[in-house]
Design a protein around this ligand. Structure first.
Ligand code: NAD
Length: 380
């Protein structure tokens, strides 16, 4: 079993999810590689304790990420820090010769993403991917197989989205994700938008243009002291694109939604594809329910299939049992380690977001900002 020694920069929400996936790596039965956490870094020392209490393998604990990068004990880095730090941190990680799983949006804006990509192109020896766990849910893996088998036929339309609702409360305190200087001009698109792009882009459906509508529904929020302060980030975004199906060369409507204020939705990813031969849909609000309609000339009827643990990277869980968010995170990490150590992904949809796919999200979101500002259809 190959061991890949990881440093984690950013020990917040997502850093701990990685820690948990590492701690139960034995859950996976078919892997030839395993991660080991050897170094952690965050600005807030209080976040070290959970890691040092739970991982005896940690040798470096620091608030200076350059110290982590200088360590001989680190082969690869998971970097989950606020967006304004992506450019500098990702470039320094790559230049230090460490493999990288970065977080979305992979640069706060397009110039930052361009700079990261330029650095990647100078370091082909370093393996770089971006995190997004959405396609690892079993129904999405099934949809991926159907796309590869051309089961849908000519595509009629695709709808993909990521919806939250906690910002419906106008008294929720502002944090960095609601401030342009840390989260970026993209607002909800940068924070949520890469997830609903992942599956369409992996399928090779490239948006040619975009008509976007963005909303700032809560322009002020309380700060930690209770003072009302400006909250200038976009809360909700809808992007309607002409996308090209590479099989047929035909254009079809691709709608991508990223919403922080979607009443009733806790953390909902959904995906729907309508084709001339078949249709399929899935939503994380009913995560085991896979819906499919296969058109063979007779009556048109949706089938509802309750899917269990049918995954890209097999494990100890029986196939009838439910799959969840933490499983998706671990499957994504398995995909990263598999491709890092085997040199190619296990399959097209069992792979992490590539730098090229992340770059395409930046072209799309930048065009979406122009489209909204001018009320125009913008080329992507
Ligand atoms: N894949 C997903 O589903 C998902 C979910 C949430 C967030 N994210 C992404 O993960 C990244 C982090 O988001 P989060 O929700 O974990 O944020 P968070 O606020 O919970 O954590 C951020 C971490 O960064 C650390 N940090 C800040 N400045 C630092 C510095 N100068 N040096 C070292 N560490 C520093 C903080 O100490 C904190 O530990 C963002 O890019 C976000 O978009 C991804």
């Amino acid at each position: 079993m190959k061991k890949v020694r990881f440093g984690i920069i950013g020990l917040g929400l997502m850093g701990r999810e990685f820690g948990s996936a590492v701690a139960r790596w034995c859950h996976l039965t078919g892997m030839n590689a395993r991660p080991e956490i050897t170094a952690v870094c965050a600005r807030n020392p209080q976040s070290y304790k959970w890691f040092t209490d739970n991982f005896e393998t940690i040798k470096v604990v620091t608030d200076d990420y350059r110290e982590l990068l200088a360590s001989e004990e680190v082969d690869a880095v998971y970097c989950a820090v606020p967006h304004h730090l992506h450019q500098q941190f990702y470039i320094d990680i790559i230049e230090a010769g460490k493999h990288l799983l970065g977080e979305k949006p992979f640069g706060i804006d397009k110039p930052a993403n361009d700079a990261i990509n330029e650095c990647i192109s100078k370091h082909p020896e370093v393996f770089v991917r971006c995190s997004s766990e959405f396609p690892f849910f079993p129904p999405m893996q099934r949809i991926g197989k159907m796309i590869e088998e051309d089961a849908f036929g000519p595509i009629i339309e695709v709808n993909s989205g990521f919806l939250h609702s906690s910002d419906l409360n106008p008294n929720k305190a502002i944090n960095w994700k609601r401030m342009i200087e840390y989260n970026g001009e993209y607002g909800c698109l940068g924070d949520l938008g890469l997830h609903p792009c992942h599956m369409p882009f992996k399928a090779g459906w490239t948006p040619k243009n975009v008509r976007a509508i963005l909303s700032n529904l809560v322009p002020e929020r309380p700060d930690k002291e209770g003072n009302r302060v400006p909250c200038a980030t976009w809360d909700n975004g809808t992007m309607l694109c002409d996308a090209e199906d590479p099989r047929s060369g035909q254009l079809f409507p691709l709608t991508i939604k990223a919403q922080r204020i979607a009443p009733g939705e806790t953390d909902t990813w959904y995906f729907e594809i309508k084709g001339m031969k078949a249709c399929a849909r899935w939503s994380s609000s009913n995560p085991r329910r896979f819906e499919v309609l296969e058109y063979t000339g007779g009556e048109q009827a949706w089938r509802h299939i309750d899917m269990g643990w049918e995954v890209a990277f097999e494990g100890i869980t029986g196939p009838i049992f439910e799959f969840g968010f933490t499983d998706a995170i671990q499957q994504m990490w398995a995909a990263f380690l598999y491709e890092l150590t085997e040199g190619q992904p296990k399959s097209r949809f069992a792979s992490c977001v590539t730098p090229e796919e992340a770059a395409l999200t930046h072209r799309l979101f930048t065009a979406a900002l122009r489209s909204h500002a001018q009320g125009t259809v913008e080329t992507v």
